[in-house]
Design a binder for this molecule. Structure first.
Ligand SMILES: Cc1ncc(C[n+]2csc(CCOP(=O)(O)OP(=O)(O)O)c2C)c(N)n1
Length: 665
């Protein structure tokens, strides 16, 4: 007997068979048949407030569960609202199915309401995008989408279906019957020749470093820890691989992000053998540009496009990470130089400790906030962090014991994912507390999704690191920052917490919220909370202090140019001195601490390719651009871009101290 169903029902049946657990969506008449089918066939449909947020939620679910997420959107602008999350998923390598409506086939090219040919746009930001105009081929198209989505590096796919195809009857027998999960792509193994070459390189390695990347998340191995232990490898985890091996163990050399891990930067420069698994030398690894000249690179990836990218590997193995770990776990134990390994691990441990900020009388240091929250958070918490300045704090501080517990938009750096990621995670793993770290800018993009979580009885915590600069990084985006840098905490104890109590207030608020979350994981849960608001300074002011600059043992290496300490730079007068210059080695970024006595200053000048931020620490300085003249006092800063004329003079009675932060363009 031929069973009648419509296109929507056919799609929903396929999604269920493929293991999709939730559909995230914003409604529209053309997708009603999918809504009806979800209700009838029991596939949970989460109605968001914005299509971008719905897609971010789907992506978040995918990253938490390791299974493809799904979003359904209406035609035209419904689809274009999905463009940014599709781009984020493409850049992060997250599998996600986006189904979008189109006008009815009989209305094509007639200017139907909301209708636009958005397929070319989606082709540009997904792995595969297509339109299906035959209801009897819908599941065949979804099968194709599935294979495209998982092949090589995973990514989002888009299927567009005209509304009349969605609502018209299809022949169930023509669907891929019985509706069963599409086959998983096969995984390539390590060839005998590659295994032999691997053993040879490993036997010669004395300073090995293991870097675990995205593919290790999608292709899980239960032998990764065994590999670390057997060979005594220090390791770093990148992006989706955060938590793929327990990061609380002593062999963890910190996150695979050199911007917040100086020990890793050193390890990259000194290692004689780098095992890069399931990833390429991307931005977070400085494109591999900082590797030592004799370093041997062993790179493994299923997606052969990653192999040799940015840095040619000495041994490029086209294989799945899990098959690679199988070979490495059975290889003869490597003989690493234990003194070198422990110096890298000690460097990271020291750096981690020295990052810890203190409360001061202007508010809460962001690291205090991040630490206070994580100290109070249960072990299975899912954390989300933002971009801007927030990820610098969160990436460095957070340690994960299991995968799928840390979400950030990744290579795209897109703001706006944070709140939907939090909401999506609360659907994907209702048992786990979810905590979002986000700036006061990022939180505003999709804060209305708190309502989505609320309507479905989900709760999660948002910690707003609030530097009171809505949507802007504090330092470089404005010329004169009128307000002093101030970190405020509006936590459980009231609008401003006195020194020392802010961290406890955040801790208490987090514990309170986490407890409520775990008590009521399902409806009716407590109201999603935005109560714990903490503030961040700009990243430019975080690791830099007079105290750090005087401490040679600090993780941030201090460079003194011979007798440079105390010099008066050329074209400066009146006793202006540069005390310390602190470059971030290998980068284009340096910091100097300057002191100007009364009358000290410099002549009008400009820099062709330097941007400079002058950040006042104490006293007062007058700045003159040749056209305008202004004074700054402690906590205020000014940016001079390349070509901007400027000079400084201390017209006050007291000596002044300030930081000069220079970035080469
Ligand atoms: C979609 C998107 N738009 C703009 C940017 C550029 N951008 C990077 S950081 C930033 C400001 C972020 O402010 P906030 O969320 O308050 O975080 P903070 O930098 O203060 O920590 C902006 C606008 C971006 N990364 N993504």
């Amino acid at each position: 007997m031929t069973v009648q169903m419509d296109g929507g029902a056919s799609i929903v049946g396929w999604l269920q068979a493929a293991g999709v657990e939730n559909v995230f969506s914003v409604s529209g008449g053309p997708i009603n048949s999918i809504y009806r089918a979800c209700a009838k066939q029991g596939l949970p449909l989460i109605h968001a407030r914005h299509e971008a947020a719905a897609c971010f939620m789907a992506e978040s679910a995918s990253r938490v569960t390791g299974k493809a997420g799904c979003a359904v959107v209406t035609l035209g602008p419904g689809v274009t609202n999905a463009v940014t999350p599709a781009l984020v998923a493409t850049m992060a390598g997250t599998p996600m199915i986006i189904i979008g409506a189109h006008s009815g086939t009989r209305s094509f090219e007639r200017g139907a309401g909301m209708s636009y040919d958005v397929l070319p746009v989606m082709k540009g930001v997904t792995k595969w995008a297509a339109r299906c105009i035959d209801g009897n081929r819908l599941t065949e198209y979804l099968d194709i989408a599935w294979r495209k989505m998982w092949a090589g590096r995973p990514g989002p796919v888009f299927l567009e279906v005209p509304t009349d195809i969605l609502s018209s009857a299809v022949d169930a027998a023509s669907a891929s019957t019985p509706l069963s999960a599409p086959p998983a792509p096969s995984k390539a193994g390590v060839t005998a020749a590659d295994a032999e070459a691997l053993r040879t390189l490993c036997s010669a390695a004395r300073r090995p470093l293991l870097l675990l990347g995205d593919e290790t998340f999608w292709d899980r191995s239960d032998r990764t820890q065994e590999v670390v232990d057997r060979h005594g490898l220090p390791f770093s985890t990148l992006r989706l691989a955060r938590g793929i091996v327990d990061e609380t163990q002593e062999r963890f050399a910190g996150p695979g992000y050199t911007a917040c891990n100086g020990a890793l930067r050193r390890a990259l420069a000194e290692a004689d053998c780098i095992l890069l698994v399931g990833h390429h030398f991307e931005f977070d690894l400085e494109f591999g540009d900082t590797l030592g000249p004799g370093t041997r690179v062993i790179q493994v990836a299923s997606d052969t496009e990653l192999l040799n990218r940015n840095r040619r590997a000495d041994l490029a193995i086209a294989a799945s990470p899990s098959s690679f770990f199988d070979v490495l776990a059975d290889a003869p134990p490597m003989q690493p130089d234990s003194a070198w390994v422990s110096s890298i691990l000690t460097d990271w441990a020291t750096e981690w400790k020295s990052q810890r900020g203190e409360d001061d009388n202007t508010g809460v240091h962001p690291i205090v906030a991040v630490d206070a929250v994580t100290d109070a958070a249960p072990g299975n918490t899912i954390f989300v962090s933002s971009h801007g300045n927030v990820d610098f704090w969160a990436d460095a501080r957070l340690k994960f014991s299991e995968p799928g517990r840390y979400l950030r938009a990744g290579q795209s750096g897109s703001l706006g994912a944070e709140v939907p990621y939090g909401a999506g995670a609360s659907f994907a793993d209702p048992e786990a507390p979810v905590i979002v770290f986000v700036g006061d800018g990022g939180v505003g993009f999709h804060v209305s999704e708190l309502d989505t979580a609320e309507r479905y009885g989900r709760a999660f915590i948002i910690v707003v690191l609030d530097d009171q600069k809505w949507g802007r990084s504090r330092c470089p985006s404005t010329r004169v920052l009128a307000k002093p840098t101030r970190w405020t905490c509006r936590g459980a104890t009231g609008p401003r917490s006195p020194k020392g109590s802010a961290a406890r207030a955040i801790c208490a608020a987090t514990r309170d919220r986490s407890a409520r979350q775990s008590r009521q994981p399902s409806p009716p849960a407590s109201r999603p909370s935005c109560r714990c608001r903490c503030a961040a300074s700009s990243v430019l002011t975080w690791p830099i202090s007079l105290e750090n600059a005087d401490n040679e043992d600090d993780a941030m290496k201090i460079w003194k140019n011979g007798n440079a300490t105390g010099i008066t730079p050329p074209n400066h007068f009146g006793g202006l001195t540069v005390l310390d210059v602190v470059p971030f080695s290998g980068s284009n970024f340096s910091v100097q601490v300057s002191k100007a006595p009364k009358g000290g200053g410099g002549e009008l000048h400009h820099h062709d390719d330097w941007s400079q931020v002058f950040h006042m620490i104490s006293g007062e300085m007058t700045f003159d651009t040749g056209k305008e003249r202004f004074k700054l006092s402690a906590g205020q800063a000014v940016l001079f871009e390349p070509g901007d004329p400027h000079y400084t003079i201390n017209e006050a009675d007291e000596e002044s101290t300030y930081l000069v932060i220079t970035v080469k363009q």
